[in-house]
Every structure is written in C-alpha cells, then in structure tokens.
Design a protein around this ligand. Structure first.
Ligand code: UFG
Length: 326
C-alpha cells in the first residue's frame, strides 16, 4: 500500500510508520515538525508543510500520490492548553482536518484513519467505556476530536469518504529497538515523567496529581496501551476500509485499569530504583477512572494487544528514555 501519514514525525505517527514499513508499505510523511522530530522520519520521505495550508496538502497528494490510504495524527493534544487557548485547538484540529478532507475529495482519495481519543467521552458513566458511551467531552481538546468524528460521518454520507476513528486511551511505551520513543516538550504524560525523574532527578521531581480520588489507593486509574499495539490497529483499520464503506469508530485500550501508584511501583520494579515523588493538588479535568472496552476492535478488526502488562510496557519506555536521542 502507498500511505500518506499526516503527523508521521510525532510519537504515535512515527511508530506507525515504522510498523507500516516493516510490513512492506510505502510511506510519505506530511508534518510541520512543530512537535514532531525530523529524526523520527526514517521510513519514508518528509514533506515539511502545514495542514493549515490547503494548497500544500493538495500539492502533496498530486506530487507524491495517488495513495491507497491516508492516516492523520496531526493534532494539538494538551488538555490544559485547550482550556486556556481553545482557538488553537479548533484551528489545528478541526480546520486542519477539514483541509485534509477537502484535499482528499479534490484529488479523489477515499480512505482515512483518524487519531481520536478517549477524551471524546468526557466523564465516564460506567467503569468500562464502550463506543456507545455518550460523547460529552469536558474540554476543547475532546470537543475538537468529536467535531472531526462528526465531520467524518457527514463526509461518508455526502461524499462516500470512508474512515475509521481510533479512540486511543493512554498511549505509552516505545519501540523495543529504542530508535524512536515518546518525546514531548513540555512532557505532561505520566510514564515519561516517572522515568525522567530517574534519568535526571534534579530537574524532574515526579509530581502525583491527587491521592484522594475514589479509587483503592486514591490515585487516578487509566488504561495504558503500548504504541506498537496502536500501530498494529492502524494497519488493521486500513485493511478493514478496503472491505467496508462508511465512518467507523473503535476504542483502543487494554481493558485493564492501573493507578498512578501502580505505575510508580511497576517502574520501580523494572528499573530497580526507588522513585521519589511529591503529592500535588489534582489536575483540572482528570476523571478518576478511564478504562476501555475494546471488544469491537478485537472482533471487527482482529486486533489483539501484545503488551498487556505494565512492566513490559515500561521496560520499552525505559530503554528509550535512558538514551533519548531527540
Ligand atoms: N499524572 C501525574 N503526574 C504526572 C503526569 C500525570 O500524577 O507527571 C497523572 C494524571 O493526573 C492522570 C494520570 O497520571 O491521573 C495519567 O495522566 P497522563 O497525562 O499520562 O494521561 P491522561 O490520562 O491525562 O491523558 C490521556 C491522553 C490524552 C487524552 C486523555 C483522555 O494523553 O490525550 O488520556 O482522557 F485526552
């Protein structure tokens, strides 16, 4: 397959590119490198352009296409920032995606895999969230992703554009070869912050946001899913679109919840080191528990996560963070 990957220089996008290349697919990456890394584009050529430039997108389709499949990872994704600067989120995530969809129509491209998020659900109404759970986002980041899902449904009905939205729970880990990994600036995610506190303790004291939640140990529970398991799901979702027409959405998670303290303990076990931390006030907008029911992806895509233990996930992240090279 020939695949155009928007946001292929970022954390999840680069892992998907590596996975696609390993499976014999040909890749072009479109990325403005605002949060991605040129060093992470190793499995295809890079078109350094912005999704807010509609002509550049059309040019890319015309010059490097036609493509069998489009994948779209470009997004602003900091929940806190989305609350204080919603315009950035609606412009990049909604207008940027509209530009991609219109360029696809203009150049007769028909299939897209879209990076959505568990944030479209808002506050969970049940402990295991399936795809029928109401989508009531509680921040502009989640709203922007939900808006794109709505657009994809309307484009499927009006224009026959086929799509799969993949709703990630907590993406984490790194490729076991440790050539690519998670590197955000600033880093807000739990597992990288735990490991950074070990690599460089003076500048990175681990903060735990809240220990009075209604959970067994008082810290938040999340569903951690390895980035290479996400990569596998993207390829399966792409193949699915060759036999299915319409707009589809699947949760991607392990279906098991781990608390912040479980993560700290597992990281301590993997690294063989004590982890110091400070308890801080809860972070605005953090639901106590978010765990996926991912049966639909398993049944309809044939997806099966390979990394089911926290230790196995953290081990790959630890390998990366010890030699983080970009
Ligand atoms: N946490 C800490 N200390 C840190 C970082 C995080 O205690 O340094 C806690 C958070 O408060 C939360 C848990 O660890 O309870 C997980 O936090 P992350 O930032 O790693 O992940 P989130 O669950 O906040 O966010 C993820 C995705 C978002 C998506 C969201 C869906 O990264 O893109 O799930 O709710 F929006």
């Amino acid at each position: 397959m020939k695949v155009l990957v928007f946001g292929g220089a970022g954390y999840i996008g680069s892992h998907v590119c590596k996975y696609l290349a390993k499976h014999g697919h040909e890749i072009t990456v479109f990325d403005n490198l605002s949060t991605g890394h040129a060093e992470a584009v190793c499995w295809g050529n890079l078109v350094q352009q912005d999704i807010l430039n509609p002509e550049a997108i059309v040019d890319c389709f015309r010059q490097h296409g036609p493509f069998d499949l489009v994948m779209h990872f470009c997004a602003k994704s900091l929940v806190g920032e989305s609350v204080t600067s919603p315009e950035i989120y609606y412009r990049n995530n909604v207008v940027g995606t509209l530009n991609i969809l219109d360029a696809m129509l203009a150049t007769a491209h028909q299939r897209i895999i879209f990076s959505s998020t568990a944030a479209v659900y808002g506050n969970p109404q049940q402990s295991l969230i399936d795809e029928r759970h109401p989508r009531l986002p509680i921040n502009p980041y989640g709203q922007s992703k939900k808006m794109v899902e709505v657009m994809l449904l309307d484009y499927a009905n009006a224009h026959g554009l086929d799509s799969v939205s993949l709703r990630y729970f907590n993406a984490c880990g790194a490729d076991p070869e440790a050539d690519i990994g998670e590197s955000h600036q600033p880093e807000t995610h739990l597992i990288p912050n735990v490991l950074k506190s070990l690599v460089n303790p003076t500048n990175n004291v681990l903060k735990i946001f809240g220990d009075q939640y209604p959970t067994a140990d008082g810290t938040c529970i999340r569903d951690y899913i390895h980035v290479n398991d996400l990569a596998q799901a993207h390829l399966l979702a792409g193949e699915f679109l060759f036999n299915h027409s319409g707009a589809f959405a699947f949760n991607l998670g392990n279906g098991s919840g781990f608390s912040v303290m479980d993560v700290v303990k597992a990281a301590s076990q993997v690294t063989g080191r004590e982890i110091d931390y400070q308890i801080e006030a809860p972070r605005a907008g953090d639901p106590p528990i978010l765990v996926a029911n991912a049966h639909q992806a398993q049944q309809q895509l044939g997806w099966k996560a390979q990394y089911t233990s926290l230790e196995a996930i953290i081990e790959t992240a630890w390998r990366w963070h010890q030699n983080e090279n970009f």
